[in-house]
Every structure is written in structure tokens, then in C-alpha cells.
Ligand binder design. Structure first.
Ligand code: FES
Ligand code: FES
Length: 175
């Protein structure tokens, strides 16, 4: 049997923390994290775009940092923490970024939106009050064909006050 065939049949089993919960998952050893999430974890929110590391549609958080899941091999995620767009809402309540993206028209076709949301969340987690330039820089690897970006930058800015209000009111579980 050709070596490539035996590689595709080999399965791996890993443990990770996925959207706040412990998760065991088995998958073919060649799969990327993007494929593992969509095909083996039933989490289709993370999008297939270019699969070349150029569009940002597949962004997720790996140990709190945004990564392009099309460029990460699933095997690398054993013992690590992964957050996808499905992990942003808590107990049926949207994350403030999700609310402001909806309010500001920052999601049109929505294909790019999961990647923008998780990348913006990582920015706001490490820098709670970024400037417009910092927002632009941090989102520069995410491409959007629909919005022209202005509404996306405005949505991230609008979320800053909502996140602060959640923290002041003690309603911080979602942020
Ligand atoms: S699908 Fe990963 S960067 Fe485009
Ligand atoms: S909303 Fe359509 S690609 Fe961004």
C-alpha cells in the first residue's frame, strides 16, 4: 500500500479544552485544526476560505492567541485550549462583539465574520481600549469582500463600552 494511503488511514486521539469544556477527539492524522473542528467536532462556525493562510476566515484562538486553523495540524492541539466562534456566546447570551457586529452592519454575507470576531476578541482581551490604528493592525490579516471594513472597525469600537459595562455590572461571564 502506498505510504500516502497508510498515512490517511492513521488516526490520532487527542484531548483539548474546546470552548471551555474538556474534549476528546479522534481524527485522521493528516487533518488540519480547521478540518478537525468542522468535520470531527461538529463546529462549522469556523470557515474554510483560501486554506493558504491568506484570508483569515479560519481564525480561532489557540491558548488565547489568534491562529489560522488551516495552517495548524490537529495533532499540535493536544493538551491545548481552543476557542471558536461558537465559544463566544455564553448561556444563550451573545458576546458584546457579536451584538455590535449585528448592530453596526459589520456582518453582511457573514463568511468572514467568525474570523473577525475571534481575532477582535483576542485584541480586546489583551488591550481593552485599542485605538483605531491598533484595531486595523490587529485585523489586517482578515479579509472581507462585503463591508469595506469601516463597519467592522466601528463595531469593535462600539463593543469596548459594552464590554466595560458588562464588567462593571458584574455580568462578566460572557466577556
Ligand atoms: S482559510 Fe485559513 S487563512 Fe484562509
Ligand atoms: S461580510 Fe461578506 S466577506 Fe465579510
Amino acid at each position: 500500500m502506498p505510504e500516502s494511503n497508510s498515512l490517511t488511514k492513521q488516526h490520532l486521539h487527542i484531548s483539548m479544552r474546546l470552548n471551555g469544556e474538556p474534549r476528546e477527539v479522534s481524527f485522521a492524522s493528516y487533518k488540519t485544526l480547521l478540518e478537525v473542528l468542522r468535520e470531527d467536532c461538529d463546529l462549522p462556525g469556523t470557515k474554510h476560505g483560501c486554506e493558504l493562510g491568506e484570508c483569515g476566515a479560519c481564525a480561532v484562538l489557540l491558548d488565547g492567541e489568534p491562529v489560522l486553523s488551516c495552517l495548524i495540524i490537529g495533532a499540535e492541539c493536544d493538551g491545548r485550549e481552543v476557542v471558536t466562534v461558537e465559544g463566544l456566546a455564553k448561556d444563550g447570551k451573545l458576546h458584546p462583539l457579536q451584538e455590535t457586529f449585528a448592530d453596526c452592519g459589520a456582518a453582511q454575507c457573514g463568511y468572514c465574520t467568525p474570523g473577525f470576531l475571534v481575532t477582535a476578541k483576542a485584541l480586546l482581551d489583551r488591550c481593552p481600549n485599542p485605538s483605531r490604528e491598533q484595531i486595523k493592525e490587529s485585523l489586517s490579516g482578515n479579509l472581507c469582500r462585503c463591508t469595506g471594513y469601516q463597519q467592522i472597525f466601528e463595531a469593535v469600537e462600539a463593543s469596548i463600552a459594552r464590554i466595560a459595562a458588562c464588567r462593571v455590572s458584574g455580568n462578566s461571564e460572557v466577556v
